[in-house]
Each structure stands twice: as C-alpha cells, then as structure tokens.
Design a protein around this ligand. Structure first.
Ligand SMILES: Cc1ncc(COP(=O)(O)O)c(C=O)c1O
Length: 454
C-alpha cells in the first residue's frame, strides 16, 4: 500500500470530516448508513459464535530489527558501556539526535521517564514546602518525581472528554506555595497547552511537561515537550520509542539543561565538581544504542499510528457507544501511545464495561481500562500526610485542606468508562486490522441483546 505523508491538513480533515479515510474499506458503519457486514450478525464469540478476528497476530511491540541487535552487539564489543567513558559514545550521540528530532536545542538522557521528571523538579530548585500541580490520570512515575523531592503534589481534575488536566481546576488549586504545573500529555495527545501556559505566566509558575507518552506529537506547530520550560519523555518498553527503561529531558535553556545534567550526575557538573544534591540517573550506552538504531523508522511509524487513529475516529464518528478522545484546537498530531475512547454502556444494553471488554476480547480485539484508580485515590496520600517530615513542612491548615480537596470526580468517571488500546504496536497494523476493531465493536452493538447472557 502506498502511504501518504501525514500532514496537519489531513489530520484536521480526518478529525473533522471523518468519512474521508473510510472510503474503500470493508469496515461496517451502522451509523453512516452503510450496510452492516455479515460478520456483524450472529452469535457473539464469547457465547460460542465465530470471532471477527481469528489467528491474526497484531504487530508486535516493542519494535525489534537486526540493526538494533547489531547496535547492542557493537556496544558490547566496544567495552564502552557507561556514558562517562566517552564523549562521543552512544548516549551523547543519542542526546544530539533526539534534540534534533524533537526540535529542541538540548536533550539529556536518563534512566527512565520518572528520573527525567525528577531531575527537572530538582534542577528547578523545588523542595519541601513547595507544591506542584499535576493530573491524577497518569503513571505513578509522575507523582513519584514530585514526592521524591518532598514537594506536595496537588492533583487537579481532568476534562471528561479529552482526559487531559482541566486548566480551570489547575487555576483554582494555585496558592502561594505553588511553584509549577506538570501537565501530562495523556495518551500522547496534547493538553490545552495555550491555557496552561497562560495560567503559568499569570501566576509566575514553571511548566514541566510530562510528555512521557507523547513522542513527536505536535500542538500549534510545536512538538510536545518544547512548549514548557522543560519536557520529559519515557522510553520504557511499551512506549512508541522504547529501550526497556530510559528517559530524556529536553529544553532550550542551556543553563537550566546544565543544571539538569548536574542533578542526574549525582550532583557533579560537567567540569567534574560535585556541587549540588543529586541522584545518579544516567542513561547507559546500551539503552542509547537501542534508541539510536530505531530512529530511522520512528517518523514513519508515528505517521502510520496517526493515520490509523484518524481512520478509527472516522469510523466511530457519530457512533454513540464509544466516543474517541477529544482533541483541543491546535492538535496537529498525537503520539497515539494510547488510543482512548469513552465507553457508554447505555448503548450496549447497559452492559458493564468489563463484560463488554471480555466479549470484545473473544472477538479477537483488545481494548482495556487504563488505571484501576485515579492517583488521588491511591494510599500514598495517607502515607505522606502521616509522615513527620510532611507535618513539619506544611501547616496543619494546609494538610487539612489538602485532604479535603483531594476529590477529582471527573477522573473517577473517566477511570470507570475508558476503553482504550495500548496502541504502540496495534496501531501499526493494516486498514484491515483497523476494520477488525470496528467490526468487532459493531458486532457487539448489533447483537447487544446477547450481552446480558454473559
Ligand atoms: C504519563 C507518564 N508519566 C511518567 C511516566 C514514567 O516513565 P517511566 O516508566 O519511564 O519511568 C510514564 C510511564 O509510563 C507515563 O506514562
């Protein structure tokens, strides 16, 4: 199949006009008035019927090729395994190449996305008594990076349709101790960054972008990670650029990026002087070798995921049972680490989400929940509020209001209703693969009366 280049124009066209990408496919679309595929009728696979998809593997993830295997062998044989052994080793080379790819002046490799975020919190000088506002719908690593510096993480609620942090709630939660906002670009798609940057400017706050999931995504002409003061990425095995565990900070301010280097290098600067408190978070040469060796195909894979995501969106356009993640104006592309939708059970015979997902799995298509709970509901809050150090650092009045203001009702709803694809591998599939996803969903919808027999 000849692949068209992915451009801002065709992203917006497919998001808004939907049907463009649908032409010529075999997927059913009961809601576009197109004939329902014969596959859609009949007994559900979970009840013994024929599955929509059988014995067809999804594209595997993480990505592996011979060049990557070679790169690891070469690094092994070179005996240069640690970044301090060579100024021209794979880590410094990765940093130059990643900065270039992300349109940033500088990049710094770390051992994980959590470490990248933690490096930024330390380098910006935040510590006990300070507060950073972030989202409850994120990986625990976001939270960990704030707690490690004994900063108080304040969780703002999210928007129910975009799943992104709600700028109005961010602004409501700012107080005299607030030092930064850490917006999470969830799924790999952009937050409302214009609003977040305006709020940060108004209140004199720093912005550390948690772009751990958002490699190469673009908002209003800028790559995610380059909009705030610093941006952080994860290369954990499931991510769209992966090396097992790994991370990076990007930024344009040389002095600040030097501080980041010093922090992650156990407090020791580029001149070898040990000057500040810092952990050892250095990326190793094997991680950088795996990353560098996959860079050649990264853009093409990114474009394929975007094209497939827009195709799925076009097929679900107007379908009330599964509503794709809302994009903010100015979204030019996403990373599509996650392809996220909201499941509305009333359109599936009031079937609870978990039963719906099981029935879908039996048809050969995997959608899943994201987190079991929003992070505001995890027990760490009791832990820190009972710690002597937090009781010393924050006033009793602040800890009381903190506990009282922990609720994030939109996040609770989203947690219960999300149905999403871990998309790094699956969204590299063919149009036929995407049709299988849609056909399985539509089969369940057409035969929703059977769902209460599960
Ligand atoms: C949004 C987000 N933030 C932070 C992290 C932490 O990254 P890592 O797992 O590389 O430490 C992740 C990883 O899943 C993430 O998805």
């Amino acid at each position: 199949m000849k692949k068209k280049n992915f451009t801002r124009r065709n992203f917006i066209a497919t998001v808004s006009a939907g049907s463009v990408a649908a032409v010529g496919s075999n997927a059913i679309s009961a809601f576009a008035g197109i004939t329902v595929s014969p596959k859609a009728n009949g007994k559900l696979a979970i009840l013994g019927g024929n599955p929509v998809r059988k014995n067809k593997p999804w594209p595997e993830w993480p990505y592996v090729d011979e060049k990557m295997v070679e790169a690891v062998s070469k690094t092994t044989r070179s005996r240069i395994w640690c970044r301090i052994q060579s100024e021209n080793g794979t880590v410094p080379t990765f940093e130059k190449e990643f900065a270039k790819m992300m349109d940033a002046k500088f990049s710094l490799g770390t051992g994980s996305g959590t470490q990248a975020l933690s490096t930024c919190v330390e380098a910006l000088g935040f510590g006990p008594g300070d507060e950073i506002i972030t989202s409850p719908l994120t990986d625990p690593g976001t939270l960990s990076s704030i707690l490690t510096s004994r900063v108080l993480p304040v969780l703002a609620d999210i928007d129910r349709e975009s799943f992104q942090i709600d700028p109005d709630d961010v602004e409501r939660r700012i107080n005299e101790n607030t030092k930064a906002i850490m917006p999470v670009q969830i799924g790999g798609q952009p937050c409302n960054m214009d609003r977040i940057m305006a709020i940060a400017k108004k209140h004199n706050l720093k912005v550390i972008e948690d772009a751990a999931q958002a490699h190469l995504a673009v908002y209003k002409g800028k790559k995610l990670g380059t909009i705030g003061d610093l941006g952080c990425f994860s290369f954990q095995a499931s991510k769209t650029i992966a090396c097992g565990e790994g991370g990076a900070v990007i930024g344009n301010d040389e002095e600040l990026m030097d501080k980041c280097f010093t922090v992650q290098n156990h407090g020791t600067n580029r001149k070898g002087r040990t000057v500040v408190i810092g952990p050892k978070y250095r990326m190793n040469e094997f991680e950088a070798a795996i990353l560098l060796s996959q860079f050649a195909g990264v853009k093409e894979r990114f474009e394929t995921r975007n094209r497939n995501a827009m195709y799925l969106n076009s097929k679900l356009k107007g379908f009330p049972g599964l509503v794709p993640q809302k994009f903010y104006e100015g979204t030019e592309s996403g990373s599509f680490y996650l392809y996220m939708t909201t499941y509305l059970k009333e359109h599936f015979n009031n079937t609870p989400r978990d039963k719906f997902l099981k029935a879908l799995e039996a048809e050969g298509v995997s959608l899943s929940p994201y987190l079991p709970k929003g992070l505001h509901k995890e027990p760490w809050t009791d832990h820190i509020l009972s710690l002597r150090e937090y009781q010393k650092m924050y006033s009793p009045a602040r800890l009381k209001s903190y506990r009282e203001e922990l609720s994030c009702p939109n996040c609770d709803r989203v947690i219960d209703d999300i149905a999403m694809i871990w998309a790094s591998g699956p969204l590299l599939g063919s149009t036929e693969d995407m049709d299988d996803i849609i056909n399985a969903i539509m089969k369940l919808h057409e035969n929703r009366d059977q769902l209460n027999q599960i």
